[in-house]
Write a protein that binds this ligand. Structure first.
Ligand code: G
Ligand code: G
Ligand code: MN
Ligand code: NA
Length: 254
């Protein structure tokens, strides 16, 4: 309740910030993308993770203005992100909630590109598997519009929801992100390793890139590379960090 009252003013008090986590090619070790992750810097409670307040933002409808702010902030940060990493060009992925899946999302994304003079491939959206499958017809029409705009959509937390494979094959999807629960167990549980391997094969057969989430150890990295998984994201490479710390990421660990 307390948190909820504070949340109403958090946006105008500029208490939200965005941290960035690199996504690294399993083939050549290059940073090929970033995921933007929202944080709330509360004056008394310190840095609060989204698991604690995203559900509240969704319930109250505040996710809509906050979601617009996230997109715009990522747009403003984009060139600095690349500069910090010494790279020329890669996409930054922004998470969107089911509540943001309205036709207005297309206009919001288009405005961010225009306002910040960005090419469409600079931005990607991430939508969880369960949000995408909630209303498959709506999802299909939004994905088609985003593809027309040139902005790719990734399916987040893949493997934990109930995908209709028929819909999945019809959606224009930029990448499947394998849920970190499978990666966490893949070295100790054969079944999880088989699930990871099956998702890689499914994605590749559909011409879709695969990103492994929650990669924490060198042995997971090696196993994923052997399976032909494309990209790794996780604490092994870097925790999500504020923009100012992107330049300090230690690339000798992977
Ligand atoms: O960063 P962390 O692991 O705490 O994120 C927890 C969850 O919050 C993740 O599932 C992530 O997708 C979600 N999340 C992070 N940032 C955003 C955001 O800007 N918008 C939405 N809708 N969800 C986000
Ligand atoms: O659901 P989504 O994939 O958007 O959530 C990303 C969340 O996962 C972020 O909140 C981030 O802090 C967290 N995360 C990123 N890398 C790792 C990791 O290697 N291990 C664990 N346990 N969490 C991670
Ligand atoms: Mn995500
Ligand atoms: Na995820």
């Amino acid at each position: 309740q307390m948190l909820e009252n504070y949340l109403y003013n958090a946006l105008e008090r500029r208490q939200f910030e965005i941290h960035y986590q690199p996504q690294v090619s399993l083939r050549d070790g290059r940073i090929v993308g970033l995921e933007a992750l929202l944080r709330w810097r509360h004056p008394e409670h310190g840095l609060i993770n989204p698991a604690e307040f995203i559900p509240l933002l969704e319930e109250t409808g505040l996710i809509e203005p906050v979601g617009v702010w996230v997109l715009q902030q990522v747009g403003r940060d984009y060139r600095q992100c690349l500069g910090a990493l010494g790279e020329t060009d890669f996409p930054v992925a922004v998470n969107v909630s089911a509540r943001q899946l309205a036709p207005s999302l297309i206009g919001q994304v288009a405005a961010v590109l225009k306002d910040n003079a960005l090419e469409p491939h600079c931005l990607k959206l991430e939508l969880t598997e369960s949000a995408a499958m909630d209303d498959p017809a709506r999802t299909l029409s939004l994905f088609d519009s985003l593809q027309e705009l040139g902005v790719g959509v990734c399916i987040d937390d893949f493997g934990t929801g109930y995908s209709s494979l028929a819909y999945l094959a019809r959606l224009p999807i930029a990448a499947l992100k394998i849920d970190r629960s499978f990666i966490g167990n893949m070295m100790t549980h054969t079944e999880d390793r088989e699930v990871v391997s099956a998702i890689v094969a499914l994605a590749h057969n559909l011409g879709i890139q695969v990103i492994a989430e929650g990669v924490e150890t060198p042995s997971q990295w090696r196993a994923l590379r052997e399976m032909g998984c494309d990209v790794a994201q996780g604490y092994l490479c870097s925790r999500p960090v504020p923009l100012a710390q992107l330049a300090d990421i230690d690339r000798t660990v992977w």
